[in-house]
Write a protein that binds this ligand. Structure first.
Ligand SMILES: Cc1cc2nc3c(=O)[nH]c(=O)nc-3n(C[C@H](O)[C@H](O)[C@H](O)COP(=O)(O)O)c2cc1C
Length: 215
């Protein structure tokens, strides 16, 4: 079965979501970028043509990115558009613990009741920030797991629970990991990547700004 893959990252084609999509993309599948807000109306026609839809999106500020919410709002007013369709979600986060994503799994269940689609499952992949930068070899295990799960989705088989749990990894960090992290934090190594992003965007000197406390 061909898949419609909806990439819900505001980074679009340059995103980790796009990297994950490539892990299981097949020739006859179609990818749409939800970042193109004005295109949401035209995407509804594409959506209508598919029975199997995968939404991939990152956790942004502990929630679903606004562009994904906006898209579901368009879908909600297009009466019955998603009724009976099979939907699966792949959600991922910067933090390496799956606990941060749990609230969205519950939200997907509510969405499926409201919009009438059949929820296959939510695949959770924490610690995704480096995916687009890593050599493919480094993500191979995750790629294989996601590919197997998506192959199951294509033929309406229930997801292999073992693979779903393996991708989700640890729910919460333990004391030892927290301790090691606090040591690494002191060396500055844990902030290297984020600080380089801030510098590239001329925001490094503003990183401790508190604009709302001055209102
Ligand atoms: C504006 C913004 C907010 C974010 N908020 C969170 C967050 O609340 N929790 C988290 O674990 N990761 C957060 N992240 C990290 C992203 O989930 C992570 O980098 C992800 O890989 C981005 O995927 P993408 O490239 O597909 O957009 C945030 C990233 C950005 C840019």
């Amino acid at each position: 079965m061909n898949l419609l893959i909806c990439n819900g990252s505001p980074r679009g084609e340059m995103s980790n979501s796009a990297t994950i999509a490539k892990w299981f993309l097949k020739d006859q599948d179609k990818v749409i970028l939800l970042m193109k807000g004005p295109k949401h109306q035209e995407y509804l026609d594409i959506l209508a043509a598919y029975d199997h839809i995968v939404f991939i999106y990152p956790l942004y500020v502990d929630a679903m990115p606004g562009i994904v919410k906006a898209f579901f709002e368009r879908v909600a007013i297009a009466d019955g558009l998603m009724a009976g369709k099979k939907v699966s979600f792949i959600i991922h986060s910067g933090f390496p613990e799956s606990v941060h994503l749990e609230v969205l799994e519950r939200y997907h269940r509510i969405l499926s009741k409201k919009l009438g689609f059949v929820l296959a499952d939510t695949i959770v992949i924490p610690g995704s920030e480096g995916f687009r930068l890593m050599p493919p070899k480094q993500n191979r295990k995750k790629q294989q797991d996601v590919m197997k799960l998506m192959d199951q989705f294509r033929i309406d088989q229930p997801f292999d629970d073992h693979l779903v749990r393996r991708l989700a990894g640890k729910r919460q960090s333990n004391k030892m990991r927290n301790f090691i992290f606090s040591l690494l934090e002191k060396t500055g190594i844990t902030n290297l990547y984020w600080n380089s992003n801030l510098k590239r965007n001329n925001a490094y000197n503003k990183r401790f700004d508190k604009p709302y406390t001055e209102l």
